[in-house]
Design a protein around this ligand. Structure first.
Ligand code: NDP
Length: 249
């Protein structure tokens, strides 16, 4: 249970990658300033987080199930912590989608928007009234450099992050009047499961109907150089976690 001096931080998508690392970093804060509610859609995936949290698990870190694509799950999760008030919401859950538009079904595209964009909107809508009422709070949203720059064969993922940027830029101004901050983090390449899945997707990728020049550019220029960038400049999830901690401090 959070003490009254501790800030309650709810984080989405903590089963792996950046979300897991933010949860662990904040839960292990030396001054114990945070009580972390680490959420994930499938609690059977909790072992990695529990192991990384060590002694903090059950003390400054507790777990809750949350699927950001489900209205019921979001409401249930937020209702179950209502007595504690959420001081900081970190919208981290997200999925990628790589490939030529010709090979991607509309349902897959909708899943990306359901998770990355509407998942974030659902969470913000649910926590915002209490933050506004208390005239205090901070919402952090995990965007991406792809929220600022389009990237070949990432059309739908990029669009979902652009949507996030536009939404947050608009809402942030309205929230300021209530002393509620909204910040975005825009990571470049980060070494997580996200990256591994992207490479798997490339291996399985089919290009029927896609423009031959774009396919050639993607295979010969974009992918080799982006693998180089990942290897040379890719940040660790810990780096992004430290950045998130700085943003809320
Ligand atoms: P991971 O794939 O490691 O983590 C994504 C997390 O989101 C997982 O915990 C996953 O859970 C969760 N998630 C997916 N769908 C849902 C859902 N419907 N409800 C709740 N949780 C869900 O990727 P990263 O840590 O790299 O990505 C985290 C964020 O950072 C994303 O928003 C991503 O777009 C962004 N980002 C990542 C970059 C990178 O290079 N890695 C670069 C820029 C931004 P589950 O295990 O159940 O699938």
């Amino acid at each position: 249970m959070a003490s009254s001096e501790q800030k309650v931080v709810l984080i989405t998508g903590c089963s792996s990658g950046i979300g897991l690392r933010i949860a662990v970093l904040l839960a292990k804060d030396e001054e114990k300033r945070y009580h972390v509610i680490a959420t994930m859609r499938d609690l059977k995936k909790k072992d990695k987080l529990v192991e990384a949290a060590g002694d903090a698990y059950g003390k400054t870190l507790t777990l809750l199930a949350l699927d950001v694509c489900s209205d019921d799950s979001v409401k249930q999760c937020i209702n179950s912590v209502k007595d504690r008030h959420i001081d900081i919401l970190i919208n981290n859950a997200g999925i990628g989608l790589l490939g030529p538009l010709e090979s991607i079904g509309v349902d897959e595209m909708k899943r990306v928007f359901e998770t990355n964009f509407f998942g974030m909107v659902r969470m913000i809508k649910e926590v915002m009234p209490d933050m506004k009422k208390r005239r205090s709070g901070h919402i952090i949203v995990m965007s991406s450099v792809m929220g600022l720059q389009g990237v070949v064969f990432n059309d739908v993922y990029t669009a979902s992050k652009f949507a996030i940027e536009g939404f947050c830029e608009s809402l942030a101004v309205q929230l300021l009047k209530f002393n509620v901050n909204l910040s975005m983090i825009e990571p470049g390449p980060v070494h997580t499961e996200f990256e591994t899945k992207m490479m798997d997707d490339v291996a399985k990728m089919e290009y029927p109907g896609a423009d031959a020049d774009t396919v050639r550019y993607f295979k010969d220029v974009y992918m080799p150089s982006s693998i180089d960038i990942f290897e040379a400049m890719g940040q660790s999830p810990e780096d992004i976690a430290k950045c998130a901690k700085k943003v809320i401090e």
